[in-house]
Structure formats: structure tokens, C-alpha cells
Design a protein around this ligand. Structure first.
Ligand code: NAD
Length: 325
């Protein structure tokens, strides 16, 4: 059997079309969605994100503003800035760029953002609403994973749905979103690092959602140890989920993004590309090629959950603007 490949880029485009229409309506009513990104200090990785955010916002008619704050800003001054944005009639959404410098407690700043302008859906109040249902926004990646799933199989009632990974930003909110319906929720099992016999759970899953980043974590740990001069063997970067852990015909949503080497040479060094740098690849937690022969449908990495996550950020931005209009 060859699985249907769930096209995240196509779904993202559909969502963005709707977001653009909603943003246009809001603008016509004099309430243009305006996302302010707060960046503390300079960071090349964040620059990639903010450029991408600016482009994505522009493509759907959301105003985007990048607020660059000095790296040495104090926690109090940063909180004051957030309070100003919360009170601003122009800013309808706020996003805090990570990482933040060591003197800043990221969680304290995150919860200082007004829940009504929390476009990432990470505020404790918005997370709490996930528990009760009826919130305006939810965390973008969990929303993206569930959206791809529902577009693949709208009727989830009665299915065994196994989520691997129980972080606050991915695994737990996915379970909460899936459990919101009174009568139509799947039966959700949440697995994590302390789960005994993971494959016993995954093998009975009609729907398998995986979000661990195990390979990335192993590669990062290996690099840290090498850096301090330890004599370490190359890590085992075999995907966490092999084909034999998947029930035939299952829907597989791979949330993970692992940026890892393509392999290691006989000396245990990462194989090089033609520029002499480590040859890297972006993969998920699932052995995609082999799993595609077993699963009924599967998301690729890249091109699955990632692009839909960006679309969900835009959808949340418009939802916040609507709610504060
Ligand atoms: P995290 O490190 O906070 O959590 C990892 C989770 O994996 C934990 O719940 C842990 O218990 C579980 N885990 C670790 N090893 C395990 C094992 N051997 N067996 C079973 N469970 C195990 O990570 P996170 O922030 O939740 O992110 C998870 C993955 O999702 C990462 O790869 C990350 O890059 C990716 N991610 C993707 C997007 C996107 O837009 N597609 C957004 C956010 C995160």
C-alpha cells in the first residue's frame, strides 16, 4: 500500500485565502489586523523567522511591525513595553521572538501579553480555555496538526488516537483540542518519554501524531559533548517511529522537525557536502519512506505541519483582531 501524502503547503494556501478575506473585511471596517513582533537583541535565527513572518503577513493583508529592543533591556522595561502594546489601539496582536537574553524570564513576559492579543495561543488563559472549549485562539502547531488530521478524516469519533510527546506547546494542547467535542472526540492516548513499550500503543493507533524531536535532541547533545572535548560515539539518529510501529492504514501526522546529519563516515564524522560542510537533512520523527508503505495517509517533513503552523499564526492574528474590534 502506498499512503496518501498530506500536502501541508496546499492546506496552508487554502487557510491563507480565508485569512486574507477576513483581514480584508476587518480592514474595510477600519480595524486592520496589526501584528507587532517583539525582538530583544540581535539573533540571526530570529531574523529568518521575522522575515518569514513579515512576508506571510504581507501576503494576507496583515500589517507587520518589528519592534527591536536592546539586548540589555531589563525585565521591568520589557514588561512596560508589553503593557504599552496591550493598550495600543493599533496593535491587535503581539508575538514574542525567542530566544530571549538570560536576564529575561520568558514565561513571565509571555503571560504579560494580553490574552486578547496572544496570537501564539500560549497565554495561560487561552490554554485554560482549551480545557473548557470555546476559546478564540489555540497554540498554532497543535491547531495545524489537528487541522491536517480533520481534513484527512473528519469523523474521528471512535478512533484510537495516539499522541507521542506531551510538551506544553505541542502534545498536551493537541490532546485538549481533540477532546473538545462532547460526542465526537477520538479516544486519546498521550505517550511520552516515560511510556513503557511505546510500540504497543502506536501499533493500535488509527491516528498517530508524533512530536518528540528525539533525533535532534540526540544530535544536539552529541555536539555539546564533542565541543567540550569528550570522546563520544556518533548518536543513533534512527527515526523514533519505524514502519513496524504503525498500524496498516493509519493516519500519521509527523509534527517533529529534526535538522540532523545525513550520516556519519567510517571515522564517526558527519558526511560532508560539496562545500565541505556537514551534509544536513530535515526529517521528522517517523521513518517516512518505510511508513508510507504501511500508513493510509502521512504528512511529509518538510511540507506537512510546518507551513500550516504559519497559516495558523495568521488565522490567530485575524481572530484576535476580530475579537478586539
Ligand atoms: P519538547 O522537547 O518540549 O518535548 C518533547 C516530547 O517528546 C516530551 O513530551 C517527551 O516526553 C517526548 N519524548 C522524548 N523522547 C521520547 C521517547 N523516546 N519516546 C516517547 N516520547 C519521547 O519538544 P516540543 O517543543 O514539544 O517539540 C516536539 C517536536 O515538534 C520537535 O521536533 C519540534 O521541532 C517540533 N515542532 C514543530 C513545529 C512545527 O511548526 N511543525 C512547532 C513546534 C515544535
Amino acid at each position: 500500500m502506498s499512503a496518501k501524502i498530506i500536502d501541508g503547503n496546499a492546506v496552508a494556501e487554502e487557510i491563507k485565502k480565508q485569512v486574507a478575506a477576513d483581514a480584508g473585511e476587518l480592514a474595510a471596517a477600519g480595524k486592520k489586523p496589526h501584528l507587532t513582533a517583539v525582538q530583544v537583541g540581535e539573533n540571526p535565527a530570529s531574523k529568518i523567522y521575522t522575515n518569514m513572518q513579515a512576508k506571510a503577513c504581507e501576503s494576507v493583508g496583515i500589517e507587520y511591525e518589528l519592534l527591536n529592543l536592546p539586548a540589555e533591556i531589563s525585565q521591568d522595561d520589557l514588561l512596560k513595553k508589553i503593557a504599552e502594546l496591550n493598550a495600543s489601539p493599533e496593535t491587535t496582536g503581539v508575538i514574542l521572538q525567542m530566544p530571549l537574553p538570560a536576564q529575561i524570564d520568558a514565561r513571565k513576559v509571555q503571560v504579560a501579553i494580553s490574552p486578547a492579543k496572544d496570537v501564539e495561543g500560549m497565554h495561560a488563559e487561552n490554554m485554560g480555555r482549551l480545557f473548557y472549549g470555546g476559546g478564540i485562539v489555540a497554540p498554532c502547531t497543535p491547531m495545524a496538526a489537528v487541522e491536517l488530521l480533520k481534513r484527512t478524516r473528519p469523523d474521528l469519533a471512535g478512533t484510537e488516537t495516539v499522541v507521542v510527546g506531551h510538551s506544553e506547546i505541542v502534545g498536551k494542547p493537541i490532546a485538549m483540542i481533540l477532546l473538545q467535542s462532547l460526542n465526537e472526540s477520538p479516544t486519546v492516548t498521550l505517550c511520552h518519554i516515560a511510556t513503557k513499550d511505546l510500540s504497543a500503543h502506536t501499533r493500535r493507533a488509527d491516528v498517530l501524531i508524533v512530536a518528540t524531536g528525539v533525533s535532534q535532541a540526540r544530535w544536539s547533545a552529541y555536539r555539546r559533548r564533542k565541543k567540550v572535548g569528550e570522546d563520544v560515539k556518533p548518536p543513533d539518529l534512527t527515526p523514533l517511529i519505524s514502519a513496524d510501529m504503525i498500524k496498516p492504514g493509519a493516519i500519521v501526522i509527523d509534527v517533529a522537525i529534526n535538522r540532523i546529519p545525513k550520516g556519519f563516515d567510517e571515522n564517526g564524522e558527519p558526511v560532508k557536502n560539496d562545500k565541505g560542510k556537514n551534509a544536513m537533512q530535515t526529517v521528522g520523527d517517523v521513518d517516512f519512506e518505510a511508513a508510507s508503505q504501511i500508513a493510509g495517509a502521512i504528512t511529509p517533513v518538510p511540507g506537512g505541519v510546518g507551513p500550516v503552523t504559519v497559516a495558523m499564526l495568521l488565522a490567530n492574528t485575524v481572530a484576535c483582531a476580530k475579537a478586539t474590534a
